[in-house]
Ligand binder design. Sequence first.
Ligand code: PLP
Ligand code: SF4
Length: 515
Amino acid sequence: MDSFTKELFKELYSPSHKGPAEMSNTAKAELENLYQKASSEDLTQPILDFFLQMRNCARENGIVPTDLGFSEEQLTALAAKHAQIDEHGVTVGGRLNRALPIASEAGQRTTDYLARKDIEVPSGIQLWETIQQNIHNIQTSLGMTDKDWQSYTGQLKFAIDKVETLAKIINLPDQAVKEVLRVTQSYRMRLTPYYASLIMPEKVNDPVLLQSVPTGEMIDNIGEEIPPVAADHSPARLIDQFYPRVVTIKATNMCAMYCTHCLRIAHIGKKDRIYAKTAYREALDYIRRNPTIRDLLITGGDAFVLPNDMLRWLLSELDAIDHVTVKRLGTRIPVTAPMRIDNELLDIIGASNDMKPVRVVTQINTAQEITPVSREGFRKLAKCTSALLNQAVLMKGINDTQVKMWKLCETIQEAYVRPYYIFNCSYRNPQFAHLRVPVEVGRDIVESMYGNISGDAIPRFIATAGGKIPLHRDNVVSATEKDIILRKPWSGEEVIYPDANQKEYQRQKFAFAKY
Ligand SMILES: *Cc1c(COP(=O)(O)O)cnc(C)c1O
Ligand code: SF4
């Protein structure tokens, strides 16, 4: 007998107070029944149930097995049977006194999350009824037919880029309308009607609204924009290269929707541009000439904005280069305009994936963005790609709590997408300083996931500062209230990374809550 079972037996024979309490005949009969079941069936559960019941008798009623007519030999035989049946030889004492309490204690770490996740942060799947109502309202208000709604071109044709149109759909206070009008003189706004339908109209700082409708802060935030230095990182037309073996082709500057937190705001969303084919040819030539390059990331803007023919051509050119062995497509369209994922697109991606792996890298920041429609898009994409990865941006009021981020990571995993990165919102653009979250807050959220949600649903937390620096403690050399000194793991170079302003972060009234 192992020590846990010995302990269990000791408890069975140490009644809590003197003299057995009265036990009803039904209770006695029940115990006898349990004993019969435990000895006759080759199952562990009845044995556990019997011992649990016996332990309760000793603890609560001061009744020991002999009081009930069970001999120690009978009990020992039952205990031996448990260890015999169990494939891993786990004893009844081990399971009852050790494993079950451990599992229950671990379960308590998620009790709070389980109680809150569906109430506080429902996914777009859970909100689907409301979203369908929104769709109905938006369609009517914009005069869209079902066919318009279900097609990508319809979504673009009816894209919401005027404040008046937006105000017809969402109930915005007058002051907010004025502010959006003011800010859209400098920054472009464009929501697909589909993405607009994910906004919960009655919620003040709805996380989908915050991501898609610019507020006055974009102009009013103090600070200087530090645009990416093109000359530093662009060794050829359309190409960005930070790393020896991974490069990006910025294949378009267009997106189906423009995000308020766009890191590439300097290039994106001012004016749509169609690039000349020679630009792509020169980019491909650079890749061809550099055999160290193996991983090719087609991004933008949004890779799925490219017409099917263009995407087919680009992928086949890349597949023809021996040293290009894997490809990535960067796109937010599966959550902003999932209608884009048509059979032709899937065939193109599938054919290229059959040659060399294609991964799709997307950006989902809240569980609210996962609807039955986007999930279906991801399901189809999952079948013809080698991986679907998500890069979320950590943003105040959007996904900056443990419950929100756990829910996001679990929901996207259930939608066939693997959480890959969480980016700390960049310091280079004062436009979205009001959405920034201090590094420590983000690190606490990410670290809280270990041991509590599936390992492959846990992303890496990244700062972008001349390359992507994982925000592990190892890479943080020092920190003051304002700045963090980060060490690039690949070169040892130290860089100053301005952290989010704590006061700004704690300010309750921001974005739409101000109006
Ligand atoms: C993000 C990025 C990459 C890819 O980085 P991974 O860590 O491999 O995902 C490559 N090149 C540039 C310029 C990038 O911005
Ligand atoms: S989809 Fe990406 S590139 Fe396009 S606006 Fe949003 S963040 Fe910027």
